[in-house]
Structures are given as structure tokens and as C-alpha cells.
Ligand binder design. Structure first.
Ligand code: SER
Length: 599
């Protein structure tokens, strides 16, 4: 079965169970400065999971194109991809476990005809706050799943929220216990090497490659409030299943890259490089995955650049170019990429128009060419480097456009490591020297904008912090939009913000400006950011590096600390004025909007 076929079967199946097929959200969400890409089907539906009425009803189904950048380093094995389609179905306070589990089981076994013997499931084992999910256990049993195919795990495996376990969930985040479905490919591909499960007998989560998770029913029924889990007003189901992984299960091949869409790309690549997939699996996988992701990004109007989404796209293309060059003994034919893009466009008639191919090819080709020009020189320079360090890696980035990951890879092959911290330090030093240049990825997506926008961006952080201090910590950002004249900020709050509260918020913000507090940032992992009390609302892995902006003393007393791409002023006097809230209104149930200017 092709992925087009599986996708259609899935949508139709859930339509027959009373679901409305909804259009997927764009890959790059507008007005969501907290995430680079849509990375799960539930992400655009959060307001509805929280209780807002969805225009298409309470049973929804879709297939959501998604990108998980944090998986970029993992691509090369038999199952990780950066871009993937997530099949999703949702109950917004409608049906619950006793409908969801039988339905998805029916889909997998009756529609996709996956063998029941090969399916394993997991349920939440329970903890102090939330009891064992005995209901799901019983449902699976009643469906005929043998007891030795039902596993129980704790919060690390059978709890889902965008930010991880209940402890890791920030205020306002939603989540709940989940029940995962795994396909058994029957071979233990690796001995249990991963540290976490070392010396364990094989089981669905051991990561040896025998089992592949193909679907996850999350029972989103909790929200973090005042540090505790509280029941949401409605019990939701959020199912997400990997389309490509399901396709791999239908051909009983644990290598996702053996499914038709990838196979076709790989054949194309074999033809162009005269090399065989069998002998070069990791490189082939990286190239086809990255170019597929880049093609979808081009479709979403992303252009390779040094900022945010554009930077990710650049990384994907450049990494693919380096791999392709190696396969072709350094004499790469750039047409490889155009033919891959055209194959991708043909393979996805649901997403691409036939006549779009040329335009998308052009976007990717431009970047390939640009990189090509400096690559030869850069690689030659890199050859000469005897001992790499973070500073030199930064020079390679600056002079030849080598993303850090690329240098890491090149030097890894020579058995040398690069200290990422040192690279960042060199980057920051450079940035401090040429603040006005506003270059580079860590500067964030607003780097091109005017000084007004930068000032309003900092004012947004001040307002966010002040809103939480005056109205309470339930306040969290829902959206932000900045023009040269004003800022707009949407946040969770139930009632109108009174004129008195507005005055208090303004006063609080303006007194910080009078104190001329410094604004600075540090790079750290999400989990460090969390420990330091930085605000963040997005789905990122806890190990992922983020930029944390502090207004005040980064190591002492601060007024605001927030994960953000920037840019910001470096001290509050640079705001050149006082912040004034010009308007307050409702956006939707439980979400308010303010407009503010600097006067
Ligand atoms: N939100 C869950 C996930 O991303 C299921 O849709 O895995």
C-alpha cells in the first residue's frame, strides 16, 4: 500500500465513525513565535482540547505534515525522519477510551490487515497523582490482545504532553496518560545497546529496533495549574500515528526507507550516483529525508536563510549536499536534487500541483548552488585544520557557511570532537562585536526587522511578565504579532482585564524601564531553562538548546525570563519611552488580547 492509499483509508475509516476530515495546519504556523514547525497533529488543536468549540465538531480526523527538527541527528537509522505525516483523530470531549482503542485496533487489523500477533500495546502504570490505566488494559484484553502483549510503563513512556512528563509540564500545559501501539518486526536488530535499557529483555520500548511505535492514543484530560495536575473540563482523545511507519508495518520491513515513496527516491539516487543503497544506507536515508523535508518547506514558502525555519532548511539541504558529494566522489551533479524534488512532487498528488515542481526545484537548487561554491574551498580549508575547536568551527561557519553540525560530522570522521559551547561562545562574541549586523541563527527570526520591532518585542516580554504578576500565573502566551507601530499579545485569561489592572500592569512595566534593567541572553537546554524559571510554551525536547532572554540579572533577581529567538534591546532605556496598553478585548473563550505601543 502506498502512503496515499493508507492516508485515504484512514481518513475514510474515521469519517465512517462520525469524524469530520479537517485540513491539516500549515507546516509553519502563522503567529506562533514559540515553535518553528508544526510537529504534531494536536498542536494546532490545543485551544479546542482546552474547551473552545471547533467549527467542525467534536470528532476530527486529519493527516498532519509535521517536522521534528530535534530528530535531525537521528536520521540515518532505519526509522527516523525529520518530516513525517501524522495521522490524527480527536475527540474533543466526546468519545473516550472504549471507542478509541477498538477503532484504532480495527483500523490496523481490518483495514491495514496487520497481523494481530505482531501488535503490542502499552498502558500507563500509574503513579501517586494519576492511577493505573486499568480501563485501557481491560479494553485491550477484551479486544483479544494477549496479556503478554500488553506492557505497562511509567510517566517517561506512557504520559504525553508537548513538554514531557507531568513534572516537566509548564503551567497551562495539557497532557495525560497514553496507550501506544507497537509493531513487532521480529528481529532484534541491535543488542540492547542503549544505556537506558541495557541488560533488559526485549520489550516494546527497549529501542533495539525490533519494535516500532506506530500509534499513540493520548487521553488528554489534565492541565497543569499552580504546579498540580487538574482535570480539564472535558476528556479528550488525541491519537497520532506515523503514516510512514504504518506503511513499513504493512510491508513488514522495519526499514521505513523501504516504503514506496522512499524506494522511488532511492532508486533515482542510485541512478545518479552509481552507488547502491545497501552499501550506503545512512547517506541515502539522510539525502532523501532531508530533500523531502526541504521540498515541503519550499512549498510552505520557507527560503533557506540564516534564521529560524530558513536556517533549518539550509541545514537540511547542506547536509544532503555533503552526503551526495561523498557518494559521488566529490563530483556531484546538482541535477540530482531537481530530479528528487520532481519525484517527491509526483509522489504526493494530495499536496502538490504538478506545475509547482519547477518553482520548488528552483528554491532548492539555488541553495545547492550557493553552497557548492563555497563548499570546495571550505572542505579544502577543513582538510588543513589539524585540530578543530569551537572557535575554528565558528570561523568555518562564518566564512564557508558550514553549519556547526556539518563541521561536527566532518571532524567526527577524523575522530575529533567540537565543543558546542565554545562554538556558541565564539558566536556570541562575534554577535556582541557586531550587534547591528543582526546575523545568525541565534538571533532569531525578527532580526531583519526594524529597531521599532525589536523594542516592541522586548516590551512584549515585559508585558507578559507583568500580566502574570498582576493577573496570576495562569496567564500564558497564545499569540503575538508585532508591527512597526504596535504590539499585539494574546494570552490565557478568563475575564476582562479591568482599567485598574491595566494601570497596574503599565506601572509595573514602566518602573522596570525607569530602572533601566539590562536585557541579556544565554543558550541552554530546555530543562536548564525550566530550572531557571524561564517561561516557555512549546514542544521541544528537554535536551534541545534554546535561547533564554532575561530582563534583570540572569543569575540573580530578574523581572522576566523567557525562552525566545530574539532579538531584543540590550537595556530597557533603549526602549526610548513608556509602554502604553491601547486596547484590551476578548479573542475567544478564555483568551484575551491586548494592543500596546511605546510612547
Ligand atoms: N500528540 C501525540 C503525539 O504527538 C499523539 O497525537 O504523539
Amino acid at each position: 500500500m502506498t502512503i496515499e492509499e493508507i492516508r485515504n483509508m484512514y481518513l475514510k475509516f474515521f469519517e465512517s465513525k462520525g469524524h469530520t476530515i479537517i485540513s491539516p495546519a500549515p507546516l509553519v504556523l502563522e503567529n506562533d513565535p514559540t515553535t518553528l514547525f508544526t510537529s504534531s497533529g494536536m498542536q494546532p488543536l490545543v485551544p479546542y482540547l482546552l474547551g473552545e468549540v471547533h467549527p467542525s465538531g467534536r470528532r476530527l480526523v486529519d493527516s498532519q505534515p509535521s517536522i521534528r527538527v530535534q530528530d535531525i541527528e537521528e536520521v540515518g537509522d532505519n526509522r527516523h525522519t525529520t518530516f513525517f505525516e501524522m495521522l490524527g483523530n480527536w475527540s474533543l470531549g466526546d468519545y473516550f477510551k472504549k471507542e478509541q482503542l477498538p477503532w484504532i485496533y480495527e483500523f490496523l487489523t481490518e483495514e491495514l490487515k496487520l497481523s494481530k500477533d505482531k501488535l503490542y500495546v502499552s498502558i500507563f502504570e500509574g503513579n501517586d497523582a494519576v492511577s493505573r490505566d486499568s480501563e485501557s488494559y481491560e479494553i485491550w484484553k477484551s479486544l483479544g490482545v494477549p496479556e503478554d502483549h500488553i506492557y505497562e510503563y511509567g510517566v517517561k513512556k506512557n504520559w504525553w504532553s508537548r513538554s514531557g512528563t507531568p513534572e516537566q509540564m509548564p503551567e497551562g500545559e495539557i497532557g495525560g496518560p497514553d496507550s501506544e501501539i507497537f509493531f513487532d518486526f521480529g528481529t532484534e536488530l541491535k543488542l540492547h545497546e542503549t544505556s537506558e535499557w541495557k541488560n533488559e529483555t526485549c520489550h516494546p520500548n527497549c529501542d533495539c529496533g525490533r519494535f516500532l511505535e506506530i500509534g499513540n492514543s493520548v487521553f488528554i484530560q489534565y492541565k497543569k495549574e499552580n504546579g498540580k495536575l487538574v482535570e480539564l473540563p472535558q476528556k479528550n482523545v488525541d491519537f497520532g500515528g506515523g503514516l510512514e511507519r504504518m506503511a513499513a508495518a504493512t510491508i513488514q520491513n522495519p526499514d521505513v526507507f523501504e516504503i514506496k515513496i522512499f524506494k522511488d527516491l532511492i532508486t533515482e539516487l542510485e541512478m545518479h550516483t552509481q552507488k547502491k543503497y545497501e552499501q550506503n544506507k545512512a547517506s541515502f536515508r539522510i539525502i532523501v529525508d532531508h530533500i523531502r523535508a526541504a521540498t515541503f518547506l519550499a512549498k510552505a514558502h520557507v527560503v533557506p536563510s540564516n534564521k529560524l525555519q530558513g536556517y533549518v532548511m539550509r541545514r537540511l539541504i547542506r547536509r544532503a549536499v555533503v552526503k551526495a558529494r561523498k557518494l559521488s566522489d566529490n563530483a556531484i551533479d546538482p541535477n540530482i536534487f531537481t530530479s528528487l524534488v520532481s519525484e517527491i512532487v509526483d509522489s504526493y498528488p494530495s499536496y502538490f500541483e504538478k506545475d509547482e515542481s519547477e518553482k520548488l526545484q528552483g528554491v532548492i537548487f539555488d541553495e545547492v548552488n550557493k553552497f557548492h561554491k563555497t563548499l570546495d574551498k571550505g572542505l579544502k580549508e577543513a582538510e588543513k585544520i589539524k585540530e578543530i575547536d569551537g572557535k575554528i568551527a565558528f570561523d568555518l561557519y562564518q566564512t564557508f557557511g558550514f553549519p556547526l553540525e556539518l563541521s561536527i560530522e566532518i571532524f567526527q570522521e577524523k575522530g575529533q570532537k567540537i565543543d558546542g559551547e565554545e562554538f556558541k561562545k565564539a558566536f556570541l562574541e562575534h554577535q556582541n562585536k557586531s550587534r547591528s549586523a543582526s546575523a545568525g541563527v541565534f538571533k532569531g527570526g525578527l532580526a531583519d526587522h526594524s529597531e521599532e520591532v525589536t523594542r516592541l518585542h522586548t516590551a512584549t516580554h515585559l508585558l507578559h511578565a507583568a500580566l502574570r504578576k498582576v493577573l496570576g500565573t495562569h496567564v500564558q502566551q497564545k499569540g503575538s504579532n508585532i508591527t512597526n507601530e504596535r504590539l499585539r499579545f494574546d494570552f490565557v485569561h478568563d475575564s476582562k482585564v479591568t482599567p485598574e489592572q491595566i494601570a497596574e500592569i503599565e506601572q509595573l512595566v514602566n518602573s522596570q524601564i525607569e530602572k533601566d534593567l539590562p536585557v541579556s541572553f544565554e543558550m541552554m537546554t530546555v530543562s536548564e531553562a525550566d530550572q531557571k524559571g524561564a517561561l516557555h510554551f512549546f514542544d521541544k525536547k528537554y535536551e534541545e538548546q534554546v535561547k533564554v532572554y532575561t530582563v534583570g540579572d540572569p543569575d540573580g533577581e530578574f523581572f522576566s525570563k523567557e525562552v525566545c529567538g530574539g532579538p531584543h534591546v540590550t537595556s530597557l532605556s533603549q526602549l526610548h519611552g513608556r509602554v502604553k496598553i491601547t486596547k484590551e478585548e476578548a479573542v475567544s473563550a478564555g483568551v484575551r488580547r491586548i494592543y500596546a505601543t511605546i510612547q
